[in-house]
Ligand binder design. Sequence first.
Ligand code: NAP
Length: 251
Amino acid sequence: MSNTKVAVVTGAARGIGAATARRLAADGNAVAVVDLDESSCAATVSAIEDAGGRALAVGADVGDGAQVETAIARVAEELGAPVILINNAGIIRDNLIFKMTEADWDAVMAVHLRGAFLMTKACQAFMTKEKFGRIVNLSSSSAQGNRGQANYSAAKAGLQGFTKTLAIELGKFGVTANAVAPGFIQTEMTAATAERMGISMADFIAHSAAQIPVARVGQPDDIAATISFLCSEEAGYVSGQVIYVAGGPLD
Ligand code: NAP
């Protein structure tokens, strides 16, 4: 009997989401590669298929309830019941509080918090029925506060509370929920931060690495490896945790 499970990874066109989708596929799962634009998922899907895995490109805005419903119904129809969910889609709209607009605030909440809520609500229906589920939410070291990120840090701290509540509510159905909170990971998101700060990405990396105990910045595969463990069957007693993957201690 096949042990293939169906995983949904949001924001999987690039960065941490793409690495996570590839890793979960390599672990033997069929993976729905979800991003705003279906065509932007092509590279991740091809990489998975070229490695012998199974993937489906799905275009959806995670902050839109109707689009999420349609997307998850399509995943269930074409791949099977989604029992692994990685809420990874994210945006930044950084600014100091006195310059932050309502639109900056709302946009970040819509993707990180509302998106995670809508995707989780849609997928938990399948998980509780299957009596198995793994939910991983992408938090951030910024949850502890970060200059210029009042909106983002609030959303990432909010996701930690969301995660713990899911763990409490869904545990009896065989569903675990955990948060992975990355430190500096080299992606287009951190490249955009370097641009906002007016420094080159190379300088940003060098400056950051000098302050990280393992003396390097993180790569998307560092996060994918942690998520892979949390999604495994053997991680069934790990739930409601926030795991900082930041090259050093944070709490
Ligand atoms: P990224 O390179 O910017 O990728 C984010 C992906 O999410 C993009 O493909 C983006 O699509 C997609 N996305 C944005 N809004 C969406 C929406 N409404 N619906 C569906 N997809 C959407 O970011 P990353 O660095 O890989 O970060 C991934 C996650 O890790 C985020 O939650 C981020 O906050 C978190 N994180 C990252 C770091 C880091 O250092 N990089 C650190 C801590 C936490 P478009 O390209 O179309 O916008």
